[in-house]
Design a protein around this ligand. Sequence first.
Ligand SMILES: NC(=O)c1ccc[n+]([C@@H]2O[C@H](COP(=O)([O-])OP(=O)(O)OC[C@H]3O[C@@H](n4cnc5c(N)ncnc54)[C@H](O)[C@@H]3O)[C@@H](O)[C@H]2O)c1
Length: 347
Amino acid sequence: MTHRGTLIGCGFFAENHMHGWADAAGAEIVAVCDLDRAKADAMAARFGIPAVYTDAAQMLSAEQPDFVDVATTVPSHRPLVELALSHGALTVCQKPFAETYADAKAMVDAADAAGKPLIIHENFRWEAPLMALKAALDSGVIGAPTYARLSFRHGYDVYANQPYLAQTEQFALMDVGLHLFDTARYLLGDVRDIHCRTQSLKPGIAGEDAFVATLRHQGGVVSTIECSFFSKIVPDPFPQTLAWIEGMDGTLELTGDYTLRLHKEGELTARNVEPDTPAWGGRPWHAVQDSVVAFQAHVVDVLDGRAEPQPSGAHNLETLAMALAAYRSAETGATVDLAAFIATGAV
Ligand SMILES: NC(=O)c1ccc[n+]([C@@H]2O[C@H](COP(=O)([O-])OP(=O)(O)OC[C@H]3O[C@@H](n4cnc5c(N)ncnc54)[C@H](O)[C@@H]3O)[C@@H](O)[C@H]2O)c1
């Protein structure tokens, strides 16, 4: 059975979504929508999509899709997600899920009321190198983890494709920070508390473009999560997430050349975990493009009832709370207890 889908938002990143849907067995995009007619027309022409709309409500009434892929920027997420769910569609929402916890919670409640899955497009956990790291960790080869570091530091000009990133007052934590926090939870479990320091380094931008956060996970693991969009590194590792996880019996390391290294019993072993570049893709984006294909194949699995959303809106609520708690920590200098932060409504 082929599930019929519609895409809302035909901007920069949506092109990866469209390629991913074209690659996915069991799903097809039957209509696309953008407020900007020219963008929607161009996307439809490029991918041979028969129907084009500028109004999402009109599109959903006319097409009655099985799933809706929301690929717009964050201000439109809540109304579009609620609209899609009100039409009984499985709904996929790009990150950041929402600007506020209240908006994200309203979308989770709308999914519950509709009885339909809400899946957040958190593709880092679908990146082949990070999945290989997770598999190695879960194999027990380094024993129980004790400490981890995730690092996303580069100087790639992200503003060329995403000019809105220079204008947002909440940038690094709400952009790549959310991906890294989701990855930290994926690898090491949920988080008890968080401490964070932010920096605004590139002249002229509105928000923070670097941060370092320290997390204490529920199981006792301590992790440091670092991100910078203003690092001068040769070769620039963008868009790789580098990782270092120490355990009772060894250390796993993901290096900037897609190598997964194991330090154990005085020996260093290594293997390449670089994904293939999709036929439509290109470097340095190939690992991201490959992860979109993997994520969207997962969405088809959810549509077919073979898998639970990874991650669901309900799961991603806590990831969003972590970013908001990190801002609170950066403002106050304090370590923020995540459960108390959520329970007291401080989010
Ligand atoms: N997962 C990743 O690796 C990754 C990478 C880049 C961007 N993103 C995320 O993808 C999202 C989109 O980013 P982008 O750079 O493609 O943005 P963009 O501005 O290039 O595109 C967004 C499009 O949505 C359209 N739009 C907005 N509101 C709409 C509405 N109500 N109805 C129909 N169309 C509407 C806009 O006209 C625009 O064309 C962002 O949330 C961003 O954070 C994710």
